[in-house]
Write a protein that binds this ligand. Structure first.
Ligand code: ASP
Length: 423
């Protein structure tokens, strides 16, 4: 019998998880610890991996000019795709008008339920949503060790980038070399840990999905079906139109290869709802299966997992319009443009962790003067949408890595040999 590949096993794990969740309902939560174990194992690697790979990657790029060029391309791609994502979300929400079909009685019930269910959650949400200036200022850590201990990704990235650049500026090469060799070793060891952890993926995914389905059920979906479908359709369109076209056009990669290569990371992203936690998996498959050099993926992917959340941005576009429609408020063109701007910032400010998008959604709503209670309205279906947007976020990061690598001549057609891949 043909040996099944890891992605196939993960997909099987997922299907079994759905079945277990539907059959056992809330009791499926009993196997949640297995999923948590898997999640913790990946999380364990994230901070040392981001730090070491970004530091080595940056230092290896050598001259700051090259770094600037790659950084510029990456940021340009990230910003453009995010803006497109929000636009897709806005167009769908405005055309379908998911919030308008709700009759008044249901609308009242939804709003009353939302208020009752949320308790103090909404107030807490608005407290958590950072202001724009704070978001920008907080990129710079006052204590890098604390940033690592707390897992504040943007700060870790900032410090690692600066550290890497500083190493290239040290005149005595033997000094910088030693640091690099050390962190290169750390990096490789983390990758080895990931190889081991991924063997657990099918079972971990099964447990995560089973408990999610068991806990939240599919019932709530029915009420907010139109809204949830708008988000799901938008995400699907974004992946199939924007990423697929970009990968084909700018990198000449076959879509079959791209989607095959990135599938395990998508599945892990879907089941963990966290692009940061999935990062090691994304990095692994982007280098090994998509043929992106380690240098490029070490630079582009950690950055993307933290600031490039297209799925989140698209969802915020749909959610904002939906909430406005439910409350019977008109947004107008100015309002829609504000959404593009604010959702871009809000998705940059959102960390790649479960539920981050709904927290920074408060930022968008506040700017538009929309009631924050609207968040409670969509809370019920957020878990499932979070899964979908996380998978989208990850796909976006991988597409960026492929395109930037191709433009730098660092994309290998077949799986690269270890020696070639080495920096
Ligand atoms: N969970 C998402 C991610 O990690 C962020 C969000 O939209 O909540 O990519």
């Amino acid at each position: 019998m043909k040996k099944l590949s890891l992605p196939t096993w993960i997909a099987i794990g997922m299907a079994v998880g759905i079945a277990v969740g539907v059959i056992f309902g809330e009791s499926a939560a009993a196997i949640r610890p297995i999923g948590d174990l898997f999640l913790r194992l990946i999380r364990m690697v994230v901070v040392p991996l981001i730090f070491s790979s970004l530091l080595v990657g940056t230092a290896m790029l050598g001259d700051p000019k090259k770094l600037g060029r790659i950084g510029g391309k990456t940021m340009a791609y990230y910003l453009c795709t995010t803006a497109i994502a929000i636009t897709i979300g806005l167009v769908i929400a405005n055309v379908v008008e998911p919030g308008k079909g709700i009759d008044e009685a249901t609308q009242q019930r939804l709003l009353a339920d939302a208020g009752a269910q949320s308790g103090g959650a909404i107030d807490r949400l608005s407290e958590q949503a950072p202001s724009v200036t704070d978001t920008l200022l907080q990129v710079v850590p006052t204590n890098p060790a604390a940033a690592m201990a707390d897992g504040v990704f943007l700060q870790i990235i900032f410090f690692a980038l600066l550290f890497g650049v500083a190493l290239t500026l040290i005149p005595k090469k033997e000094h910088s070399e030693q640091v690099l060799v050390f962190f290169d070793g750390v990096n490789e060891a983390m990758i080895q840990i990931m190889h081991i952890v991924m063997k657990l993926a099918p079972i971990g995914v099964m447990a995560l999905i089973a408990s999610a389905i068991g806990q939240f059920g599919v019932d709530i979906l029915r009420v907010l079906l139109a809204y949830a479908l708008c988000v799901a359709a938008g995400l699907f369109l974004h992946v199939m139109l924007v990423y697929a076209t970009a990968v084909r056009l700018f990198a000449g990669m076959s879509l079959r290869r791209f989607f095959r290569g990135i599938r395990p990371a998508q599945l892990i992203g879907f089941s963990t709802s966290s692009s940061s936690a999935t990062l090691p998996v994304t990095m692994h498959h982007t280098t090994h299966d998509l043929g992106v050099s380690e240098q490029i993926s070490a630079f582009v992917l950690p950055l993307g997992a933290t600031i490039n959340l297209d799925g989140t941005a698209l969802y915020q576009g749909v959610a904002t319009v939906f909430i406005a429609q439910v409350y019977g408020l008109e947004l107008g063109l100015g309002g829609q443009l504000t959404i593009v701007l604010m959702a871009t910032l809000a998705s940059i400010g959102a960390a790649g962790v479960p539920g981050a998008g709904i927290i920074t959604l408060a930022l968008v709503l506040e700017q538009l003067g929309l009631p924050l209670e609207g968040i409670a309205l969509i809370l019920g279906v957020d878990r499932i949408l979070d899964m979908l947007r996380t998978a989208t976020n990850i796909t976006g990061d991988a597409s960026a890595a492929v395109i930037v690598a191709s433009s730098e001549g660092q994309l290998w057609k077949a799986e690269p040999k270890a020696a070639e891949r080495g920096q």
